[in-house]
Ligand binder design. Structure first.
Ligand code: TPP
Length: 558
């Protein structure tokens, strides 16, 4: 059988562990989709639109380590680029593959459909370059293997999205076969001199400090350093806090775990612990305005050691040229025990008392029941909105995964992302907590959960509007049109699917709906939870006040 450019790409994607790729068809990518279908190791999974396709791939990458989305030129790819920006912000290797104009049309003055109407088509790759770590255009078969390998290798190494466009007449062009996949995983050797110097400087910095705390950030996972962080925590024996975006990235049953550090919005005691420590070891943090609660909770100064994915800053010096994992692993063998902070404070997750079964459903009661469903094999995807604050109060058993998109924060992300995650990890209990406003952006992707029989339990919080936005700054723009959310599932089933749409207005109704959801293994169950517009976690109100103040800072005189 002769090999083609499309087959080369398919074999490389399968080699890096993809069992699925996500796609929306269009005439610029149809021949490519045919070629991808020839690879029996990968299944082609279809999405309702390209934004969702990008987010589904992003969710798949969270479960599976990497992902691919295949779209058509401009009308498809430019929608998908929003999700690719998200994958960049969230450090996920998603390969966006776009069909592109026939190689014979480049530079000829031809005007093509789905373009902006000019005769020059490089605008798409130029846009993609700003949102990816590598971008290539394939207009000849001879250079295709090197370009495909470069894009995939860079995405995996940097844990960032990458972009590939393939002229629509090139996917079927004859091509060589790929060699061993190990060449895509190779990474540079650490700079030993710099690593040794960083370790020595860290040990010097640690020596006089007794009250040491670890603060886990959201880039730890992408840096593949979660295990090394546990080893360091074991060695130091100190207290460990996590940033909100990293909740779930450090085991909560670890003896050192002391909760979420999120300024006034975090767990009781966590803020005091971090802000009174004489040494805060920050592991791959992202200190943005939301994470610092409007710049009010940002550990800085000489008490802070910053261990980033690509280097360490400590004692007034910066060290680079090695990965976080090897730095932490070596430090875990040499660091002195520092148990003081773990001895002086304990942590017990907040407990919510059960509500009367027939009382109107409250946000607390909903959270209590969702929290009770979390098992070591659960993946809970939580949307931007009140859901962030709801999940912060939930105790995660070791092994449970929490998926958040706190850096990009695109409402609607969670529905396709939970679909993609469910395709990537079908063996896990997949749950989604999403607000009504966010759901309205990407609701149609629940139809794909029906189509592919994904038993995702969707908790849809119908609190009649953008409650998180109301907490920051209220106005008429935060009210939304109500939908019959539970009723949508019949629409998506269209007489043949096994989705279930249920409503819960009391604790007892929610309990019954959850029991039905757990029994429904053949499709998603959407439980529409009726919650009062004014009912939300208190931490949201506190956080919203600080974020509003940060947004409202007047321009500084220049
Ligand atoms: N548009 C996009 C694509 N992303 C955003 N983050 C926003 C707008 C601004 N935004 C952030 S949260 C939010 C909006 C509009 C409202 C979310 O409302 P809902 O999903 O109902 O959640 P709630 O806070 O009410 O639980």
């Amino acid at each position: 059988m002769s090999f083609t450019v499309g087959m080369y790409l398919a074999e490389r994607l399968a080699q890096i562990g993809l069992k699925h790729h996500f796609a929306v068809a269009g005439d610029y990518n149809l021949a490519l989709l045919d070629q991808l279908l020839t690879n029996s190791a990968m299944r082609q999974v279809y999405c309702c639109n390209e934004l969702n396709c990008g987010f589904a791939a992003e969710g798949y990458a969270r479960a599976n380590g990497a992902a691919a989305a295949v779209v058509t030129f401009s009308v498809g790819a430019i929608s998908a680029l929003n999700a690719i920006g998200g994958a960049y912000a969230e450090n996920l290797p998603v390969i966006l593959i776009s069909g592109a104009p026939n190689s014979n049309d480049h530079g000829t003055g031809h005007i093509l459909h789905h373009t902006t109407g000019g005769t020059e088509y490089s605008y798409q790759i130029e846009m993609a370059r700003r949102l990816t770590c590598a971008a290539e255009s394939i207009t000849d078969a001879a250079s295709a293997p090197a370009k495909i390998d470069h894009v995939i290798r860079t995405a995996l190494r940097e844990s960032k999205p990458a972009y590939l466009e393939i002229a629509c007449n090139l996917a079927t062009a004859a091509c060589v076969r790929p060699g061993p996949v190990s060449s895509l995983f190779s990474s540079p050797e650490p700079d030993e001199t710099s690593l040794r110097a960083a370790l020595d400087a860290t040990l010097d910095w640690l020596k006089p400090r007794e009250r040491v705390v670890l603060l886990v950030g959201s880039r730890l996972r992408a840096a593949r350093s979660a295990e090394a962080a546990i080893a360091l925590a074991d060695r130091l024996g100190c207290a460990v806090t996590v940033m909100a975006a990293a909740k779930g990235d450090f085991p909560e049953q670890h003896p050192g775990f002391r909760g979420v550090y999120w300024g006034e919005a975090g767990d009781p005691g966590a803020r005091e612990l971090v802000e009174t420590a004489d040494g805060v070891i920050c592991l791959a943090p992202v200190f943005n305005d939301y994470a610092t609660v409007g710049w009010t909770a940002w550990p800085k100064g000489e008490t802070v050691l910053l261990a980033d994915p690509d280097g360490v800053t400590v004692g007034g010096m910066a060290f680079g040229g090695f990965g976080l994992g090897c730095f932490l692993a070596e430090l875990a063998e040499r660091a002195p025990p520092r148990p003081a902070t773990a001895r002086e404070t304990g942590f017990s997750p907040s407990r919510i008392a059960p509500a009367a079964p027939d009382a109107p459903l409250t946000n607390d009661e909903m959270c209590r029941q969702i929290g009770a469903l979390l098992t070591p094999d659960t993946t809970l995807t939580a949307e931007t909105g009140t859901a962030w604050f709801d999940v912060m109060g939930m105790a995660l058993p070791n092994g449970a995964r929490l998926e958040l998109e706190m850096q990009w924060g695109h409402i609607g992300w969670s529905v396709p992302a939970a679909f993609g995650n469910a395709m990537g990890a079908p063996e896990r209990r997949q749950m989604l907590l999403v607000g009504d406003g966010a759901f309205q952006l990407t609701a149609q992707e629940v139809a794909q959960m029906v189509r592919y029989a994904c038993p995702v339990i969707v908790f849809l919080v119908n609190n009649r509007g953008y409650v998180i936005e109301s907490a920051i700054h209220d106005g008429p723009y935060n009210a939304i049109k109500n939908w019959d959310y539970a009723g949508l599932i019949d629409v998506f089933n269209a007489g043949e699917g096994h989705g279930l749409g249920l409503r819960a207005a009391t604790g007892a109704e929610l309990e019954a709906a959850i029991a039905a959801a757990l029994a429904n293994r053949k499709g998603p169950t959407l439980i529409e939870c009726a919650i009062a517009h004014t009912d939300c976690a208190r931490s949201l109100v506190t956080w919203g006040r600080h974020v509003a103040a940060a947004n409202a800072r007047p321009p500084q005189p220049r």
